[in-house]
Write a protein that binds this ligand. Structure first.
Ligand code: HEM
Ligand code: FPP
Length: 299
């Protein structure tokens, strides 16, 4: 005889499935970068707490909705990859219709907050970021070209610009520098993962760089983008947006990233690619934390 799970157990499981759809770990770093953008946008002092709260909530909701849409569009691809087959849609924990409704409500709520409590510019830029990731990257670029993540990376690089626009109502050259940093960081971040997940991507029929151009070319590309990233991260110091503390962090973190990329190029192993991918995340957290620390240090 079938026993029914207690109602609260079913509710908790479904709530967890919706939460997982929003890719909370990826979006933690996305939102962190947006919040740093909000603080850096104020030359002296702190941004208004209510504005920070509303902008953070709005951006987090829209980013979560974008992730849920990505999971919806890619549910059949996700079912073919070891890394993603445990997601709620391939597992049959949620139906497509309810995921669409969830993404619509979450995204609509986020955009409404941004429009009403922040400013229309931030709402429009966040909407464009949503479309860039959930539609342009997910539907058009990802299944078609190995440059998918280079072009699609423009969406992922938007968070500090959104944070900046939320506080100032405009997009300045400094905000664009923050954009450039994440834009240059995305290829080594993603290709390090793609290198040790190549079989997964090949099985799913996705034209990621290691699938289409092989391991060695991808490792060379990781190294080149890591060098470009190093150069780009010097720009905040060169333009006097940031000072010595930031510069020291950028050089130390950047040298470590280049060291990883160089070893990956010369002496590949899946374990090293995994460590490089993990380091890429710590790197971006560290670099943005250094921007913030430098901004408030009294020197
Ligand atoms: C088009 C651009 C990007 C692509 C294709 C990409 C791809 C990926 C992939 C495939 C994963 C593994 C996710 C998983 O197994 O669930 C991942 C993890 C991650 N990504 Fe990205 N990423 C991109 C941009 C970004 C950006 C802009 C950020 C933050 C600013 C970011 C932060 C993270 C974090 C924190 C993780 C680790 C999640 C975990 O520990 O489970 N990514 N990324
Ligand atoms: C504010 C706002 C709307 C932000 C959008 C966030 C954004 C552009 C995120 C990109 C990062 C991300 C989740 C990549 C996953 O790549 P993938 O989808 O190829 O990975 P997967 O194979 O794990 O699904």
């Amino acid at each position: 005889m079938r026993t029914l799970a207690p109602a609260h157990d079913g509710f908790a499981r479904r709530a967890r499935a919706f939460y997982v759809l929003t890719k909370p770990r990826v979006n933690t770093l996305i939102v962190f970068c947006a919040v740093i953008g909000m603080f850096l946008a104020v030359p002296d002092g702190l941004p208004e707490p209510f504005a920070v709260f509303c902008a953070t909530l709005g951006i987090a909701c829209v980013a979560g909705a974008a992730a849920a849409m990505n999971c919806l569009v890619e549910q059949h691809i996700d079912a073919r990859m070891a890394r993603t087959r445990g997601r709620p849609l391939p597992r049959g924990e949620l139906a497509a219709g309810e995921v669409l409704a969830f993404a619509g409500m979450l995204g609509g709520f986020g955009l409404t907050i941004l429009h009403r409590a922040v400013n229309p510019l931030t709402m429009w830029l966040t909407l464009a970021t949503f479309v860039g990731y959930a539609v342009v990257y997910t539907i058009f670029l990802k299944p078609r070209t190995p440059q998918n993540i280079v072009i699609g990376g423009a969406s992922g690089a938007m968070p500090p610009v959104l944070g900046w626009a939320a506080i100032t109502g405009e997009v300045s050259a400094d905000a664009l520098l923050l954009f450039l940093i994440i834009f240059a960081w995305t290829p080594p971040h993603f290709w390090a993962l793609a290198l040790y997940r190549t079989d997964d991507y090949a099985r799913a029929g996705l034209p990621m760089l290691p699938v289409t151009h092989g391991s060695e070319f991808t490792r060379l590309s990781v190294l080149l983008y890591t060098l470009i990233l190093f150069g780009v991260t010097l720009l905040p110091y060169a333009t006097r947006m940031s000072g010595m503390v930031y510069l020291a962090a950028a050089v130390v973190l950047g040298a470590r990233f280049i060291h990883y990329a160089w070893r990956l190029y010369r002496d590949y192993s899946d374990a090293l690619a995994r460590r490089t991918f993990r380091f890429s995340i710590a790197y971006l957290f560290g670099l943005f934390a250094a921007l913030l620390a430098d901004h408030y240090l009294p020197y």
